[in-house]
Structures are given as C-alpha cells and as structure tokens.
Ligand binder design. Structure first.
Ligand code: ATP
Length: 307
C-alpha cells in the first residue's frame, strides 16, 4: 500500500493590505507572506476504493475541543483538495488522509489552507501523477487564497485575493512569538466587520509598503518590526477588544513589532533573538489572556516530504 507523509508550515502576513470589496465578494489583497516553523503533518494512503476519507488528531493542550473544530468528510479542506486534484487529473482513485494538527484552528495562520496544500503534494505523489509544484498552483488557487503560497513557503508577495504569489528577495531568519487565543475567529466574520466599518469610507487599493520590502532585503529585524502592518486590525479588535491587552503585553516586553496575524485572533510578536523571544513568551504566559504561547522562527520551506 502506498503511503506518503508530508509536513506543512503555518503562514503569517508581515503586511496585509486589504482593498474595497470586489463584485465577486472577495477583497483585493497586497500581502507579504512568511512561512513559519509551526507544522501540521499529513499522511496519505492509497486505498482500493474511490473513497476519500480523513481523520484528524490534534497535538495541543485542549486537544479534544480543538479536534471538534476540524470538520470530517467533505467539509474538510484537505478532502476537497484531494478531490480537486483527482478531478484535475481525470483519474478514479481513493485516498485515506490522516492529519496531525499543530497549527491553531481558525487562528489566522492558514491551518486549513496548509492541510489543503499538504494534501495536494501528498496525493500527487501517492497517485504517481508527477505534477510539479508549479503545475499544482491552479488547483491550489481554486481551494483558497493562501494555498498556493504554502506549496512553496519562504517569503512571497501575494496579490489578487492572495492566490497570486511571487518570490521576495529576503535575508535573515526571524524570531517570532505567537499568542494563541482560546477561541478562533471566523475569517468571513472579520471581513464582514471590515466592510461594515469601512462603509462610506474611501478604501484605497492595497499596496505592499516599500519599507517592509527594504527591511527584508537587508535582513534588518528592527526595521521589519516597525514595518509590520495589518489592515484587518480594526475589524479584528472590534470583534475581540481583549486582543489589545495581549498586544500591549508584547509591546511592553519590547517586541520589535506586535500585530494580529491575518484575520486573527492569534497575535504575533517579533523578537531580536531567541532569548528575547523567550522573554516575550514568558511575559505573555504570565499575563494570561491567551490559551497558548508558541515560539517559532521563519522563513521555512513549504510542504516537505517526511519519513
Ligand atoms: P486563514 O488564516 O486562511 O484565514 P484560519 O487559520 O483563520 O484561516 P483555519 O484554521 O484554516 O482558519 O480554519 C477555518 C475553518 O475551516 C475552521 O473553522 C474549520 O471549520 C474549517 N476547516 C476545514 N478544513 C480544515 C482543516 N483541515 N483544518 C482546520 N480547519 C478546517
């Protein structure tokens, strides 16, 4: 029986520029993604039938509650990814997927999209389809805005609704701390709040700040921290005002930058080095208010084979 195992990173948005809602309901985005060292694992096993099945285990403190948030069957985006790839290839095949989740669910770190990217790469290999990562991009884009980026990882500029990715010239490795909230936030709800708050306002077309790209080119963590930005901040804080206190804890611990990750509610903090990252993590854990504190680094590559 053919089994393929992969690991896939979470993403953060170093900047997230959000434009006015388009006619198709999506918002134009101008973002810089970074893949970070916090991984889900996915194992794909070819089965004799044409069934696509999934089981999820969760590797965090409140594992049972978190596992209940991950849908089974066709609602799981990894299953939809396998089905989309099968259709794209015009084959009849089945697969059993086993996901080990570490990326927070509904945390603004693209955990679902990560599993979709993982499923595409693992099924492509298990079914012997021979597609390159580049070949998989259109299927990835049809599944979600963040999925194409997670095929490649590293640092990349995302345009369109996030699905068009181009590499960024970048130096350096960065130390991050994530404050994970007890309860996730729905991405759709945050965008709806963004639209509500911006009604009657003139929302400009989004742009990636030059200062951010310059900071990445030079590998200057201090400058990167100052250039971090997120246009969804107001909307996320409107739905979760208590996140402001979490951001403040990181600022008081002299984080180089403190922002909400994507649509939230995870907050992310940039540290100068590993010791400073630990100091920030201790301050956050001591202050309470978040369910988990995770130290990480980035950038890291996208989906990789393991075992
Ligand atoms: P993004 O950062 O891309 O906006 P997110 O990290 O905030 O997303 P996800 O963890 O991707 O959020 O989960 C969003 C919703 O997707 C969950 O509430 C869950 O119902 C659904 N979902 C479907 N498949 C998965 C999966 N494999 N893992 C996690 N959530 C999934």
């Amino acid at each position: 029986m053919t089994t393929v195992s992969v690991r896939v990173p979470a993403k953060i948005n170093l900047c997230l520029g959000v434009g006015p809602v388009r006619e198709d309901g999506f918002h134009p985005l101008a973002t810089v993604y970074q893949a970070v060292d916090l991984h889900d694992e996915l194992r794909a096993t070819v089965v004799d039938s044409d069934e696509i099945t999934v089981t999820t285990t969760v590797d965090v403190e409140d594992a049972e509650a978190e596992a209940a948030l991950v849908p089974e069957g066709w609602d799981n985006i990894a299953v939809r990814a396998a089905a989309a790839l099968r259709e794209h290839a015009g084959i009849e095949a089945g697969i059993d997927l086993a996901i080990r989740k570490v990326i927070p669910v509904a945390g603004g770190m693209a955990g679902g999209s990560a599993d979709a990217a993982a499923a595409l790469v693992a099924c492509n290999d298990a079914w012997g389809l021979g597609y390159s990562r580049h070949d998989l991009e259109p299927v990835a884009a049809s599944l979600g805005s963040d999925v194409p980026f997670l095929l490649h990882g590293g640092n990349a500029i995302g345009g369109g609704r996030g699905e068009t990715v181009s590499p960024v010239l970048a130096r350096g490795s960065y130390h991050w701390v994530f404050a994970v909230a007890a309860e996730g936030l729905s991405t759709a709800a945050v965008y709806a709040e963004f639209d509500r708050l911006n009604e009657g306002r003139d929302v400009p077309e989004p742009e990636v700040p030059d200062a951010l790209l310059a900071a990445l080119r030079s590998g200057d963590a201090q400058a990167l921290g100052a250039a971090l930005s997120n246009d969804l901040t107001e909307a996320s804080l409107s739905l979760r005002p208590e996140l402001e206190a979490t951001l403040d804890v990181g600022r008081q611990a002299e984080a180089l930058g403190a922002i909400i990750s994507g649509s939230g509610p995870t907050c992310l903090f940039l540290a100068t080095d590993e010791q400073h990252s630990l100091d920030i993590a201790i301050a956050l854990a001591g202050a309470g208010g978040c369910a988990d504190v995770v130290q990480s680094t980035g950038p890291v590559p996208g989906v990789r084979f393991i075992g």
